[in-house]
Design a protein around this ligand. Structure first.
Ligand SMILES: Cc1cc2nc3c(=O)[nH]c(=O)nc-3n(C[C@H](O)[C@H](O)[C@H](O)COP(=O)(O)O)c2cc1C
Ligand code: SF4
Ligand code: SF4
Length: 425
């Protein structure tokens, strides 16, 4: 049986699956139910000065009939009293001593940080997470992403927290920045034990086109919210990967953003996360989604002969490179497996209108399987993406006789490039 236990910045948990700080970690009864369901850790809904929330507060995108691909909220930090939250954290930690219980915090002044950190640690919590990410409401009050977007402020508050904390400090970064690296390094300079990313992305989820109102509607107004859910995974992976491959960074990463199943989780682990956090998928489908995550990860590890998580954490990081280091002479072409093709011609439409006009209807009208003109195919993948039959179109490597040459090698050393394809003169 593979060992799923992990240690993220000094915070240990029986598996890498943590609930992110959000409504599913609002109260003791919820977190206790989640641990019973199989979650290895939880980051409590952010504590601070309790706030007043608006109604309504969530929105979701619908893409071709599928709701919730992207999710948005304009909710603030916890609206429950600090005393009640701290008591429930204490009780939960007592009941689940081996699970990771992390307290998310957001306050303003140095004195407030010192006080709330001390009280949080007194609950027996395993770590604290500094919420420098909330992109609505709290940032207008000088907290959340207002801190996360200013490396010097991030560093200073992190250093206060580290000074006052006897447990590991994770800094939760905002994705609402052009480049994540200076912000990760600011947390590192402040002494953080690890970083968590991403928080939500500043966004407008949609417009009610008949009432002429932005959503989610609060009477006759709305405001920008925080975007999350499956749609944000590529952005989160990019930011996690950018930090993981920066050799001068080196802090543990707790990865979040659009994780919906075990595969998504594995992707974050392979790109350098040592724990993963989930919010939207649990809000939409409940704590039970962790069953698929645990079973899927175990099965995946067995398949690849990984006995412990460290065997896979970061394994895909070396594949993340600059564009200038990609081999321009590497070449693939699309191949259609005629025995699987259902003759829908979606690939023909896609290639003709969105690619390089090199998949054609079969000249023999009785045969529905299209034909790829390999001399023109640039190997872009589009036909494979639109094909509804998994495995029907594969991208096959071509031996074109050219040895590897990157753009950088071409410019610096004059390495020859293969002739271009799909360029209609
Ligand atoms: C309704 C809602 C409330 C949230 N509240 C908090 C919060 O209090 N503190 C925090 O650090 N992040 C908060 N988040 C952000 C999540 O913890 C997480 O970073 C983000 O949703 C991305 O993960 P996901 O794609 O799995 O949802 C909230 C997210 C949602 C949807
Ligand atoms: S890989 Fe791109 S260029 Fe080649 S056949 Fe498919 S869609 Fe056309
Ligand atoms: S999209 Fe796939 S199934 Fe449809 S015609 Fe093309 S190869 Fe065949």
């Amino acid at each position: 049986m593979p060992d799923l236990s992990t240690n993220c910045g000094g915070i240990k948990s029986p598996n890498p699956f943590w609930l992110a700080s959000a409504p599913p970690t609002n109260s003791g009864l919820q977190v206790q139910r989640a641990f019973d369901a199989g979650w290895g850790g939880a980051v409590w809904k952010t504590l601070g000065q309790p706030i007043q929330n608006v109604s309504s507060r969530f929105g979701a995108t619908k893409v071709r009939g599928l709701a919730g691909i992207g999710f948005s909220n304009i909710e603030l930090i916890t609206d429950r009293s600090l005393d009640v939250n701290l008591r429930e954290i204490y009780e939960t930690k007592k009941m689940f001593p081996h699970h990771a219980l992390v307290v998310s915090l957001m306050v303003e002044t140095r004195q407030e940080w010192q006080d709330i950190i001390k009280r949080s640690i007194d609950t027996g919590a395993d770590g604290i997470e500094l919420n420098f990410g909330c992109p609505h409401g709290m940032c207008e009050r000088g907290m959340g992403s207002a801190v996360g977007q200013e490396p010097s402020v991030n560093q200073e508050i992190t250093s206060w927290a580290v000074q006052h904390s006897t447990v590991p400090v994770l800094v939760k970064l905002t994705p609402n920045v052009a480049d994540i690296l200076p912000h990760g390094h600011a947390a590192k300079r402040g002494g953080a034990h690890g970083v968590t990313l991403i928080n939500t992305i500043k966004s407008v989820i949609g417009i009610d086109i008949d009432q002429f109102l932005m959503e989610p509607r609060v009477d006759n107004r709305s405001t920008n919210g925080g975007y999350c859910g499956a749609a944000v995974k590529p952005i989160a992976l990019h930011m996690v990967g950018a930090l993981a491959r920066d050799k001068s960074f080196g802090l543990p990463i707790s990865g979040i953003g659009g994780i919906s199943n075990w595969r998504d989780a594995v992707e974050f682990l392979l790109l350098g996360s040592s724990s993963v956090q989930v919010c939207t998928e649990v809000m939409l489908r409940g704590y039970r989604v962790v069953n698929d995550m645990v079973e899927g990860l175990e099965e995946y590890m067995r398949k690849h002969n990984f006995t412990k998580l460290d065997d896979l954490i970061g394994k895909a990081v070396p594949s993340f490179s600059e564009w200038g280091n990609l081999d321009l002479n590497y070449e693939t072409v699309a191949k259609i497996d005629a025995s699987q093709c259902i003759g829908c011609n979606l690939c023909v439409v896609a290639c003709h209108d969105g690619a390089h006009q090199c998949i054609h209807p079969n000249a023999d009208e009785k045969i529905r399987v299209p034909v790829v003109d390999e001399s023109e195919c640039v190997g872009c993948n589009l036909c494979q993406i639109v094909c509804p039959v998994a495995g029907c179109i594969t991208m096959a490597e071509v031996d074109n006789g050219f040895s590897s040459a990157t753009w950088n090698e071409h410019v610096n050393d004059g390495k020859p490039l293969r002739p271009k394809k799909g360029v209609h003169h």
